[in-house]
Ligand binder design. Structure first.
Ligand SMILES: C[S@@+](CC[C@H](N)C(=O)[O-])C[C@H]1O[C@@H](n2cnc3c(N)ncnc32)[C@H](O)[C@@H]1O
Length: 263
């Protein structure tokens, strides 16, 4: 079997047989689908019942898109921030689509047994430029698995660095061990765009202060029990940046960085 060859080098019959094999793989896997639970243990290959996966939509009236490329999403299917650097949309993934997950150094996949709708945030480097194709943040299972490790450490006064879609901020505010939160986010436009949509989901008795600045510049002046840092464009971040942040967090008892499994 010529698996691994680029599609255009395959003859029609081989392509058909490969597609049938792929479909059979999807069918077999879909039969093992289990209900989604954000607290469920990570598994290398997980298949989720699509009907149970309902991530929070910050713009619930926005029509869903099937476009992967943010540059092709129609105006009606997206919301853009004032500075035109941030784009929010809800993408529909088809049955059998496979997404990556991580657990420390391990990599895995998650598949859904039906279509699912996933909120996605895209970024553009220029105010009138093209959108970066890879999502900046999304509410895919990977994010639940990787962020909950930090969220479970939140207590007392917790600093959350990196707003994104506000997912971790919401989860932190729901913890009864958390008494107050400071959000540090460097983009004022993102704060204006996303925070008003996130606020109604925060526990009202947990005071929230917002600092719009680079966390590297302010971390040395902050005090708190825990800081959860998710500002990294790549999983597990850049070692030197993580070390800089941790070593200047004089007034914070514990610092967690996205991609790490604990302290
Ligand atoms: C991946 S997103 C965070 C996602 C977030 N944890 C959530 O649950 O939705 C990264 C965020 O960090 C912010 N950010 C990046 N570098 C930063 C820095 N140096 N200081 C503060 N915020 C930063 C970005 O603007 C973005 O909002």
């Amino acid at each position: 079997m010529m698996v691994g060859l680029p599609d255009f080098l395959l003859d029609e019959d081989t392509r058909k047989r490969l597609e049938e094999m792929r479909q059979r793989g999807i069918e077999d896997r879909c039969r093992t689908a289990v209900p989604w639970d954000p607290e469920m243990p990570w598994k290398k290959h997980l298949t989720i019942q699509a009907s149970t996966y309902r991530p929070l939509s910050l713009f619930p009236k926005l029509p869903v898109t099937e476009c992967i490329d943010p540059n092709r999403i129609s105006e009606e299917q997206r919301v853009v921030s004032e500075d035109r650097r941030w784009l929010y949309c809800t993408k529909r993934l088809p049955r059998g689509a496979s997404l990556m997950t991580t657990y420390g150094r391990q990599r895995g996949t998650v598949m859904f047994d039906g279509p699912v709708e996933i909120p996605v945030l895209h970024y553009s480097h220029e105010d009138e430029g093209r959108w970066v194709r890879a999502p900046f943040m999304s509410l895919a299972p990977m994010e639940y698995f990787s962020l909950r490790i930090g969220t479970r450490l939140a207590r007392g006064h917790t600093i959350v660095a990196g707003l994104g879609l506000g997912h971790q901020l919401i989860e932190v505010s729901r913890r009864k061990q958390v008494k107050s939160i400071t959000l540090v986010e460097k983009s004022q436009a993102l704060v204006d765009f996303i925070l008003p949509r996130v606020r109604p989901h925060l526990r009202p008795d947990v005071p929230l202060s917002v600092i719009v600045q680079d966390v590297e510049q302010v971390i040395s002046k902050l005090t708190g029990d825990v800081a959860l840092i998710d500002i990294y464009p790549v999983y597990n971040g850049h070692r030197s940046q993580k070390e800089r942040i941790s070593s200047f967090a004089f007034g914070i008892k514990k610092v967690w960085h996205w991609g790490t499994m604990g302290w």
